[in-house]
Write a protein that binds this ligand. Structure first.
Ligand code: AMP
Length: 561
């Protein structure tokens, strides 16, 4: 049994060391001396986590709860504690400081300064596990009592690191890289094998344990497991669709959706969903859980896809909308109803006991198509395999027109490489230029937007004539909150109103992104913007500081090159 004191001691040594090599040595040495069952806990602790990010276990100790606990045992008020945090800038130092101020009649931390207390690493872990399991009514109070109990057994140095651990603020500078190298060093396993094990299990604790138990052989046996996310395959940017397709000779092209990445695990009746950061977000997406249960015909599977919010016609809504659904703890039913999602699956890594990542993309897609039944809420992303760059360009324009982000160009023969950003997945999206344009007109909206000004006429400035020359309209990128604010703002600037059409005093400048400038006879400037989108309101700019017609000319000409 290793004492928690030892862990605190190593942390403090690491904090006083600047060389990563020396830190790696210290960490490796510590990994070597702790008991086998302690190792996974130590690995997570040293990386500043109690449970891995993907675990459903969560401590549920926020700053508020922690300050109140400290206040209870020290007799200081929460405000006084916050003041100490402001001064020290660190919850660990604050904890020590606060405990020094402990008033005489506060006995809860009675053995606080007794260095003989032997709190083991496993004691701390077990206590935190217990705290994580406390849920429901009155849980905050019970969590607090349990917290006070373990702190009452800790010495000042221990309590300093315990506080930082509990609030996920350990920050001693030991990340995945150092831990990988330290495991490799401690148990004589190549760092690449450790890396591979980590990509597949996403759990350094599990990788370290395998290395300690059976060296390289045991590490190489590690594989993905249901209900434990694997690292995601990532994409590189490509400047040109043509070159990308030509280099691959044949490419698999898919739409790129602007939403949130989801990794979905189906384990018979249990569905778990992980975010891009591989956090467990199952509870906030009950609609996806039931759709997967209904439309994924597999006993067990691990799928990769993108979720985005859609309007009543199934059109994608701005990216911000999906953020309102993720990691939500309250009002889940209401947001699920108000912000329906669609999930597009584009890959499969595991199916009914078979590991698929070494199969080619084409093979994996075939299996994906066989096991997902398309429905309103989940579908398999369409894919076209071609060697023709023109077809690539066409799919790209269609994706943009349909309100999506661009396309993915994938190598049809490539395996799924977890955690790698390689050349097998390329992404192409428009490089958005922005222009600062003056709003000179608008239009009352339709339907849900009847009482709001839903579209705005934009103009560039012509310094020669002093006129504002129309160049297009923008209605995209305006959130509901924005709509209310903008309608209020522009109502005061209406000069002429005829039917739905409005003319405004030129006063407000919008920063607008777009995909391209086109020649147009529809607008007085002679140009139109393709796919304009409101980025921000330039409160800091006057209409005469807006972009000029010659700047528009310039961008148009540079596009032609
Ligand atoms: P980026 O976030 O710009 O690095 O682009 C990569 C991201 O695009 C992925 O992580 C996914 O979240 C998202 N994405 C959307 N559609 C696809 C698709 N068809 N294939 C792969 N990734 C996609």
């Amino acid at each position: 049994m290793t004492a928690f004191k030892e862990f605190a001691h190593v942390c403090s040594q690491i904090e006083n060391t600047s060389s990563s090599l020396e830190i790696t040595d210290m960490v490796a040495e510590f990994f070597r001396i702790v008991d086998t069952e302690e190792l996974p806990v130590v690995i997570h602790f040293i990386m500043g986590e109690v449970f891995p990010a993907w675990s459903e276990e969560e401590l549920g100790i926020g700053k508020g709860l922690y300050y109140t606990s400290l206040s209870k045992v020290s007799g200081l008020s929460v405000d006084e504690i916050k003041e100490i945090v402001r001064k020290t800038g660190d919850i660990g130092k604050t904890t020590i400081e606060v405990m020094k101020n402990k008033s005489g009649d506060q006995v809860t931390f009675s053995v606080f300064f007794d260095d003989n207390t032997q709190l083991s690493i496993i004691d701390v872990y077990e206590a935190l596990k217990k705290i994580a399991a406390i849920n429901g009514k009155g849980s905050q109070n019970i969590k607090m009592k349990n917290l006070q109990y373990i702190f009452s057994k800790a010495s000042p140095q221990e309590s300093q690191y315990m506080a930082r651990l509990v609030l996920e603020e350990l920050r001693i500078g030991v990340g995945e890289g150092i831990v990988r190298d330290a495991i490799a060093l401690a148990f004589d396993v190549p760092a690449e094998s450790i890396e591979r094990g980590f990509m597949l299990t996403n759990d350094m604790g599990a990788v370290g344990l395998a290395a300690k138990k059976g060296g390289i052989e045991e590490v190489e046996k590690l594989n993905m497991e249901l209900n434990r996310p694997i690292k995601l395959m990532l994409a590189q940017v490509t400047p040109s669709i043509k070159t990308a397709i030509e280099e691959m000779e044949e490419a698999a092209i898919e739409w790129k959706f602007d939403g949130a990445r989801l990794q979905v695990h189906k384990d018979k009746d249990k569905v778990s969903i992980y975010s891009r950061k591989l956090e467990n977000i199952t509870n906030s997406l009950p609609d996806v859980v039931s759709a997967v249960k209904e439309y994924v015909n597999a006993d067990t599977a691990i799928l990769d896809g993108e979720a985005f919010a859609v309007d009543e016609n199934g059109k994608p809504k701005p990216f911000q909308e999906i953020l309102k659904r993720l990691r939500r703890k309250y009002d889940i039913e209401i947001t699920t109803r108000d912000i329906p999602l669609t999930v597009k699956f584009f890959d499969i890594m595991y199916l009914n006991g078979d590991y698929l990542i070494d199969l080619s993309l084409i093979e994996r897609r075939r299996l994906l198509g066989e096991c997902v039944r398309n429905s309103n809420s989940i579908t398999v992303d369409q894919q076209v395999v071609t060697d023709d760059p023109e077809i690539g360009e066409k799919i790209y324009s269609e994706a943009i027109r349909a309100g999506h982000e661009g396309i993915m160009i994938k190598n049809p023969q490539s395996p799924y490489t977890p955690g790698k950003r390689g050349k097998n997945w390329l992404k192409k999206k428009p490089v958005m230029e922005t222009l600062d344009l003056v709003v000179i007109g608008g239009e009352w909206g339709y339907g849900r937007r009847t009482n709001f000004i839903g579209s705005y006429t934009l103009s560039c400035y012509d310094p020669d004539s002093g006129n504002f020359l129309p160049i297009g309209k923008v209605g995209t990128g305006i959130t509901d909150e924005n709509l209310v604010e903008l309608t209020g703002l522009f109502s005061d600037l209406i000069v002429v109103e005829s039917g739905r059409d409005l003319e405004f005093k030129p006063e407000i400048v919008f920063e607008v992104a777009f995909e391209e400038i086109q020649k147009s006879t529809n607008y007085e400037s002679g140009y139109a913007l393709r796919f304009p989108r409101l980025v921000s309101i330039r409160d800091d700019k006057s209409p005469h500081e807006a972009d000029t017609i010659s700047r528009v000319d310039e961008i148009y000409r540079s596009q032609r090159k």
